[in-house]
Design a protein around this ligand. Sequence first.
Ligand code: FES
Length: 159
Amino acid sequence: MNIFTEQFKKQADEVVARYETKRASLLEILHLVMETYGYVSVEAEEAVADYLKLPPMDVHEVVTFYTLYYRQPKAKTRFNVCRTLSCSLAGSDRLIKHFEEKLGIKAGQKSADGKCGLQAVECLGACEMAPMLQVNDDEYVGGLTKERIDELIKKYMTS
Ligand code: FES
């Protein structure tokens, strides 16, 4: 699939015009891909590299470094548990394990029916509320506990 439709190319050109170099626009172009297509496929990485005149490996490294870029179609409900230092010290490993047991998937996976996904992600920017969880793109839960996880799973997985 050619992601650079006329409409997408127009939007991408507007993004690039705001930056001094094409390379500097990479993160925002990848956001545009996510917004438009829901995830960044390998084909999309190559198309972006071609469009920005960058080596495909440079684009791939950015996409794989930032956990906020999805590399496959997103699950309907996404649980992202922070695993960085403050959250790790506050027990995020134990909480990720709890999620894994409750959802029947490992971190980095989504369920076969696409209803839920679990990821261990880097700092969510609210270390003082560790351990932190992000649900989908806009809900943040601090001071995460096993009990809170059970409530959230019930809330999201039965609705
Ligand atoms: S370390 Fe988890 S939110 Fe910063």
